[in-house]
Design a protein around this ligand. Sequence first.
Ligand SMILES: Nc1ncnc2c1ncn2[C@@H]1O[C@H](COP(=O)(O)OP(=O)(O)OP(=O)(O)O)[C@@H](O)[C@H]1O
Ligand SMILES: [Mg+2]
Length: 155
Amino acid sequence: MHSCLAQACPIVGAVQAVTQSAGETEALGARLAAALGAGDVVTVAGELGAGKTTFVRGACRALGVEQAISSPTYTIGHRYAGAVPVAHLDLYRVRGLGAEEWGDLEPYFDGTIAFVEWPEHAGAWLPPVRASVTLAHVDESHRRVSIDSEDDLRL
Ligand SMILES: Nc1ncnc2c1ncn2[C@@H]1O[C@H](COP(=O)(O)OP(=O)(O)OP(=O)(O)O)[C@@H](O)[C@H]1O
Ligand SMILES: [Mg+2]
């Protein structure tokens, strides 16, 4: 669970897993969700089809979101009401984010737990990140999932 080998290592909580199905990736998302609160930003990175939306779906379900969770293809984001509001952004189509575009995105982060796919497209505009998730293909049904945080999330 704790992968710090050197004292200076800034990563306190780190989880590495290989999931064997979409359901297992959703379950990891749910585990992370339990450690989150309003104001937390979670980046979810990985190539096309790696399972980013699947991970976010599991987290959103655990946070009480009942709507279908799909990649926000035609809008950049969705915001779901709930005990803690949840936002899901997909920045795949975002390029060269500037102050004006960021102004449009900022409300998604206001008081929410926000999950951001393709975070690398946000440049330096994202608020501080509570946890970063990275997914990668192993084969058709297996994915390598890493969750890193500077806090001990007790996952
Ligand atoms: N272990 C696994 N974890 C997650 N998804 C898996 C796994 N095995 C198979 N899959 C399948 O891989 C696909 C992942 O799709 P998903 O939309 O979650 O990816 P994505 O990273 O969000 O893609 P995009 O970059 O297009 O938004 C789904 O069809 C899912 O069922
Ligand atoms: Mg997606």
